[in-house]
Design a protein around this ligand. Sequence first.
Ligand code: FAD
Length: 276
Amino acid sequence: MSIVSTGSIDAAPRKKRVLIVYAHPEPQSLNGALKDAMREHLLATGHEVEVTDLYAQGWKSAIDADDFLQHDPDRRLQVIAASGRAYAEGALTEDVRREQDKLRWADAVILQFPLWWFSMPAILKGWIDRVYAYGLAYGVGEHSDRRWGDRYGEGSFAGKRAMLSVTAGGWRDHYSARGINGCIDDILFPINHGVLHYPGFDVLPSFVVYRSERVDAAQFERLRAQLHERLDGLWTQAPIPYRQQNAGDYELPSLRLKSGLEAPGTQGFRLHLRAE
Ligand code: FAD
């Protein structure tokens, strides 16, 4: 008797896959607890989960010549060129290649970190710098006078979702539109738009814990419930409506937003949100 595959009629749908990239030196930290709560809930709701625990892995943060196995130490290091060559030839270090495999595997990526000096901890920035190789996260697609590559909504990670889960010491008011620290959406824009939307992710609104130093057991339970709700919406929640580079909103070759597309008075980062 021959067995002929008739496709996937009876096959169970593939479980959705989530990569959590976590940056905190203390396993018993609030960040560690949020990461554990996320992992448990995602597993309980039928996902496959991978965690990159940067401190536990002893992640090397600084990109340098050692990242490019075929680099000739007698020649000047040009990072972009070396990155592109090494990526194309499979000559990046094993730790970087493993993380790139996880990115390809994942349907969604969540970055869990404390806000340190208005940005991500250096170890997480180092994960981006080293894992986001030329040819994977940038330098993708046609580059010409008519087209600046596949980026900002297109690129290697198009079709995947991403979300930040961030703890901040400051108060919510301090991060409001008129708050002294600046608006949280502006502070996180370089990560959400520059690091995540650039290589193609659909970026969900960030999950932000304010006054994180004051979290107690009761508040943690409330945070856990809010986080569960966000995770339950991981595949259905509307992403931040960032404009796509190649969808006609920008002039060529300047890539300036065409005038008249924004709501009157809109300025700054908000220009790159579709007016809805
Ligand atoms: P932890 O110190 O681990 O915990 C915070 C609180 O949560 C504690 O009360 C702890 O008991 C409680 N907790 C932990 N786990 C649990 C649990 N499972 N259940 C119940 N309660 C729990 N803040 C800003 O707003 N802007 C900045 O630019 C900024 N820059 C910083 C730069 C540096 C270098 C540092 C060290 C801090 C900075 N901060 C800033 C503050 C920083 O964001 C907070 O310290 C951080 O968010 C706290 O997260 P954590 O995981 O380290 O908390």
